[in-house]
Write a protein of this length. Structure first.
Ligand code: SF4
Length: 291
């Protein structure tokens, strides 16, 4: 299959708009589970308001949240695909810019020193694009994640002492969720990246935070820790929007990598309750959209 940059550009545009408007079904199901077990009346009211917001956004074809986020595109390429990498990256950038100017969307992206906004959702190094070669043969997938700032501002890294082992991980994750409180727009998905180098741990935490609900860490020990921490964070009482309650997080997700014998990197990245993402799948038959 040959990947056509013009098709990629149109998909990159559509994906940004779709992601901002349609909440994935796994997140809606996650809301349902939280509503079923929430015991605090204030929290029940906050969750009901969030669900009403989702309904109104869908009924009026409007955005789920005013925060258009930092645009992230995850490109997954399968074997047997021919493409010009530079042209595809440029096409993703043009699609992101067109979504912002033509829809139009609020551009939330500024220069870090001058704070100048180009009103394109683009800037130096943004949109963020990751490329992996892990799609099925003859297929390309582009996942788009508009990462909200409230949750992204609550990102943490600790190079823990290896001798502290798993206890250091548990303590750090719990401390991060408490430190974030309501600032991360909970209920959240708490993404935890373990191992690797400092930068790999942070990247793994982002991947974990944006994984679909119901998915599990591929490593059995990581999956067991996910289950423990998912229970633990919901005993902290942070609750929806930090106003108290049982519903602090949809889940804790972990992604991990091997690390050095003298290192124990732990990164935490959070996804907010507006856990938006959209996916385009390119095959020889055409482009299909989903989550
Ligand atoms: S962090 Fe999420 S819920 Fe909060 S303002 Fe940003 S996009 Fe909206």
């Amino acid at each position: 299959m040959q990947l056509d940059p013009a098709t990629v550009e149109e998909a990159a545009k559509q994906l940004y708009i779709r992601a901002l408007k349609d909440l994935p079904p796994d997140i809606k199901a996650g809301f349902g589970r939280l509503v079923d077990r929430e015991t605090v009346p204030t929290a029940q009211g906050v969750l009901a308001t969030m669900l009403r917001n989702i309904d109104v956004a869908e009924a009026t074809d409007n955005l789920l949240c005013q925060d258009t986020g930092i645009p992230i595109y995850n490109l997954h390429v399968g074997p047997g695909v021919l493409f010009d990498g530079q042209a595809v990256l440029a096409a993703i950038r043009r699609g992101c810019e067109r979504a912002t100017r033509e829809y139009p969307l609020r551009s939330s992206v500024v220069h870090p020193l001058t704070r100048r906004n180009e009103h394109s959702s683009c800037g130096i190094g943004v949109p963020v694009v990751h490329v992996d070669f892990d799609a099925p043969a003859g297929q390309v997938q582009i996942e788009m994640v508009p990462k909200g700032s409230g949750s992204e501002n609550n990102s943490f890294l600790k190079m823990a002492v290896p001798a502290e082992g798993v206890d250091a991980i548990k303590t750090f994750v719990i401390d991060c969720v408490l430190a974030a409180g309501g600032k991360t727009c909970p209920p959240t998905i708490v993404g935890v990246g373990l191992g690797g180098t400092s930068d790999l741990a942070v990247a793994l935490a982002k991947r974990a935070a944006t994984r679909p609900l119901g998915s599990h860490c591929a490593d059995a020990d990581g999956a067991a820790l996910e289950a423990q921490l998912s229970v633990a964070v919901n005993q902290l009482g942070v609750g929806p929007q930090g106003l108290g309650g049982d519903s602090t997080a949809f889940a804790v997700h972990i992604e991990l990598a091997a690390t050095h014998i003298t290192m124990n990197p732990i990164a935490v990245n959070m996804q907010c309750h507006s856990a938006r993402r959209a996916r385009a799948t390119f095959t020889p038959e055409g482009v299909t959209y989903g989550f």
